[in-house]
Design a binder for this molecule. Structure first.
Ligand code: HSE
Length: 307
């Protein structure tokens, strides 16, 4: 096999209360990467979109992830990569993680599956460091493992794949850009013990709810007392979207990753659709361009596309 095409899901990092440790892969939107193995070293990158992303491997999130992978591969090979992005950079839907994760999964398949999924997360974290200045893995991990994942520790990497009951995910992406680096910069560096306790309760509640298929517990645990109060200020209409979505039957939800996208979870498809209506109505009234998705959890993460 000399070339391969993969489909890479968008991801919702944090899942409200689990800042930097929880993440979920969704079916839509998704990116695609075509990767060709070459016998001469070097990485060439082509984009089929208008996002003006760098094509120099050292400046490209997928490029630096492949460089990290090749550093641990004994033979002098190279790659030609074509990236088709539908996950808009700066959307809060794991756009940089999708490029990084897709590239290393595709490369591993071309090289005969020699690396573990944990290795691939490690390589792809170089892309996140390039994009946001920090090696966080809460987008990359669900992208590679599928479903919901918990990162118990990042150094050393300790990943816990989690099951989740069937759920629908409604996403609204107001067309404003929030840079992850900026959204991290504004966070409080110190927190109060009482807030930490509340957050721990919610994280434990959310993980238990996912494993026990307890929708009510999932809903109650989708609460963030640390990050959301600070970041939501960057997202026009956030409080109203959240309030009205819950009234429409959402289990709960919040900022997707570092925003500006907002996601809501629901048990029924009809509820997810009704939430999409609410979101459209609110952003329509505010005169802010937006995009919505009604989707579900991606159980497999990055997958091979058969041509
Ligand atoms: N956990 C990261 C953050 C995800 O919230 O900054 C960035 O997509």
């Amino acid at each position: 096999m000399e070339s391969i095409k993969v489909r890479i899901p968008a991801t919702v990092a944090n899942m409200v209360c689990g800042f930097d440790i929880l993440g979920m892969a969704v079916e839509n939107p998704y990116d695609e990467i075509e990767l060709r193995l070459t016998d001469k070293s070097g990485i060439t990158i082509k984009h089929t979109d208008d996002y003006n992303l760098p094509t120099e491997a050292e400046k490209n999130v997928a490029g630096v992830s492949l460089i990290a992978l090749l550093e641990e591969y004994s033979k002098p090979v190279g790659f030609e990569m074509t990236i088709t992005k539908n996950i808009k950079p700066g959307s809060g839907l794991g756009s940089s993680a999708a490029s990084a994760a897709g590239a290393v999964v595709a490369a591993n398949l071309l090289l005969g599956n020699i690396f573990s999924k944990e290795d691939l997360v490690r390589f792809a974290m170089n892309g996140e460091r390039l994009a946001s200045g920090v090696k966080h893995a809460d987008n990359i991990t669900p992208c590679i493992f599928g479903s919901v994942t918990l990162i118990r520790s990042i150094f050393p990497l300790d990943i816990v794949p989690l099951s989740a009951p069937p759920m629908f995910v409604t996403i609204v992406h107001p067309q404003i850009e929030v840079k992850t680096s900026d959204a991290r910069q504004i966070l409080r560096k110190e927190i109060q013990l009482k807030d930490a306790i509340q957050q721990w309760g919610n994280i434990a509640g959310l993980v238990s709810g996912l494993l026990k298929n307890d929708y009510e517990l999932i809903g109650r645990s989708l609460e963030d007392v640390l990050i959301e109060p600070v970041r939501s200020i960057l997202i026009p209409g956030f409080d109203e979207v959240k309030k009205r979505s819950k009234e429409a039957g959402a289990l709960g939800g919040g900022i997707s990753g570092s925003g500006p996208s907002i996601f809501m979870l629901s048990k029924e498809a009809a509820t997810a659709k009704a939430i999409e209506q609410v979101m459209s109505e609110l952003y329509g009234k505010m005169g802010i361009e937006y995009k919505t998705y009604v989707t579900s959890i991606s159980r497999n993460g990055v997958c091979v596309v058969n041509n």
